[in-house]
Design a protein around this ligand. Sequence first.
Ligand SMILES: *Cc1c(COP(=O)(O)O)cnc(C)c1O
Length: 385
Amino acid sequence: MRTANNLNHLPPYLFAQIDAKRDALRAQGIEVISLGIGDPDIPTPTHIVDAMAEAIRNPANHQYPDYAGSLAYRSACAAWMQRRFGVELDPRTEVLALIGSKEGIAHIHTAFVNPGDYVLAPSIGYPVYSGGATLMHANTHFLRMRAETDWLAELADVPAEVLKKARILFIGYPNNPTGAIATPEYFDEAIAFCREHDLLLVHDNAYSEISFDGYVAPSILERPGAKDVCIEMFSLSKTYNMTGWRIAFACGNPTAVRALGTVKNNLDSGQFTAIQDAAIVALEGDQQCVADMCALYQRRRDLVLDALAAIGIECEAPKATIYVWAKVPEGYTSTDFTEKLLTEAHVIVTPGNGYGPDGEGYIRISLTTPDDQLLEAVRRIKATL
Ligand SMILES: *Cc1c(COP(=O)(O)O)cnc(C)c1O
């Protein structure tokens, strides 16, 4: 049996090596605390779970769902975009339900990329931007990212021969893993760039609702002309602690929405309508649960920043996301430092180079660990260094 060549071109799973070391320590009876995973530890709010319990009893939901998402769900998404960002969308042509935004990000390549084409993706970022290209027998050109330019993926210096074959530009702010936020000017620059080079701009906005210190994250669709070139991916996963439910939506340019919908028509049959019903309740219900999560993450963020400061690592407090992106101490690489924390403090963090070469010299600490474990991890890190 011979598998497709492109499977061999996918990078090794980032966490596989770390998982193996963790399992070896656990086998010795050592309690390892993971600050590695970006998956909310708090359950989905009760009113959303209750809505699901009711929706699952509705026989109409037991049949095949509407491919594009129920009109009720798409309308709730459009209404949320209007309330939250002042962005007007036609739920019939400019909104598409997704089985998690990872699904939409992975399938947008099928809709826009031919074999041998290029996608442009941040050099530190969500692996699916480039993984999706590999699966289409296409290439990724990585855009430089660095602290000096506030981790905004740099659009200058893309070689002309790459630009000629490029189809998609991926960006995502608030950013995983750097915690960076975008300026309106940066969004405008990206929109102009995509217009000039005839690219689809995919904005991955998974963390729009998880922000701190009064910061409110924008939609790129607020920017003038954005809808001409842009599709934006929103997810209920991080906002409502719904990672396991697999519910998200894409919105924006109607040609892009239709093209992605066509790919999905041929691959899946939509998300369980009961989940969409519960998602409507999430989007339209009391948003206090979101504010509570932001307060919790902000408190945890400050705990982590204090601990890092105590061991001589200064880093800027992220204004959004569930991550702290920290420079490793002098004399360490990302891998060295990650290893040291694992073997000496029995704490797992993610090495920054796992997100791409420009992540070298950094680690990512996730804030989705219960408070008592987070405090214990902080104590161990302080004791080790
Ligand atoms: C979590 C995450 C997603 C995927 O979210 P799902 O909707 O659960 O698939 C997409 N992009 C980034 C940057 C993320 O961190």
